[in-house]
Design a protein around this ligand. Structure first.
Ligand code: SAH
Length: 282
């Protein structure tokens, strides 16, 4: 008797598709709608609502229940893609009144400062909450982000942004001038995104665990040299300054090349480790 072949007839794409359970958009989900010209917007799906785009109107009721990754037409017949937004997309569309930490820096900051599930992280200031969102997403479910901000109206915006993204549960917001110091001790990492980080190194050192990670983002070289001067102390080590350049490309096979424009500068990243200098016992 002939043995049964291990692999029978290859399945068609349609057969694969018919067995795959589809993931669908539900009421309350955030959805990214991309038009034919690659312009996109993010909406929260709510029954009875509609979204007005540059290429026509889409009713939320036509989107709710539809599979992610499918195409849907606006009332003028223009095709839109229905996709889940990534944290990257959400950060770029955050409501903001400050400069924010952009995704190209934020992702690297996480790896560089070893921030992951369970980490306890301090940041100042909260600003619009862009970095707060990335930190919160990374430390979940058991970690904690302590976000300090001197201006109450700023922190209100950051808090609302985090609530909209469903990430506020791991964040403790505190309104304070960090010159007064931090409540936490032995935190794993501490990030200073404000114009004069050199003024708060003592407070940062007191909050960090011995050997912990300090990070900062500064737009000008003048600020970087000032911070470097302040970090030239036995209490800090492994000081590094880095800059991240991101060059986007036209993702079209027939004319694959860099985009004409790129963002030339956002900021310099400065990293250091908090050292434990034993007091001399004589
Ligand atoms: N990382 C934020 C942007 C921070 S903007 C984001 O990604 O959205 C810098 C913020 O630091 C401002 O909101 C400012 O009010 C705050 N700030 C400046 N000095 C401060 C201080 N001494 N204590 C607390 N917050 C401060």
């Amino acid at each position: 008797m002939a043995e049964k072949p291990v692999c029978s007839q290859p399945r068609s794409a349609a057969e694969w598709r018919s067995e795959k359970p589809l993931s669908r958009a539900r009421a309350g989900d955030l959805a990214l709608l991309m038009g034919p010209d690659r312009r996109w917007q993010i909406v929260r799906l709510e029954p009875g609502q509609s979204v007005h785009t540059h290429r026509g109107v889409l009713a939320h009721d036509d989107l709710i229940g539809r599979p992610w990754g499918s195409q849907v037409a606006s009332h003028t017949g223009q095709p839109f893609l229905l996709l889940t937004p990534s944290l990257h997309d959400l950060i770029l569309r955050l409501r903001r009144t400050t400069q924010i930490v952009y995704p190209k820096e934020a992702g690297y900051i996480l790896l560089k400062m070893n921030i992951g599930p369970g980490s306890r992280v301090v940041e100042a200031g909260s600003g619009s909450g862009a970095l707060t969102a990335v930190l919160a997403h990374a430390v979940r479910p058991d970690g904690r982000v302590y976000s300090y901000e001197v201006r109450p109206e700023m922190q209100q915006l950051a808090r609302r942004n985090l609530e909209r993204l469903g990430l506020a549960d791991v964040v403790e917001f505190k309104i304070r001038d960090i010159a007064e110091g931090f409540d936490e001790v032995n935190v794993d990492a501490l990030f200073l995104d404000l114009p004069n980080p050199w003024d708060y190194l003592e407070q940062a050192h007191a909050a960090l665990v011995n050997g912990g990670y300090l990070g900062s983002l500064l737009p000008t070289a003048n600020q970087v040299t000032r911070l470097l001067e302040a970090l030239e102390s036995p209490r800090w080590g492994l000081v590094e300054v880095e800059e991240i350049l991101l060059r986007p490309y036209k993702a079209v096979s027939a004319r694959f090349r860099p985009e004409d424009r790129m963002v030339a500068h956002t900021g310099f990243l400065i990293f250091a480790r908090a050292l434990l200098i034993e007091e001399s016992t004589g």
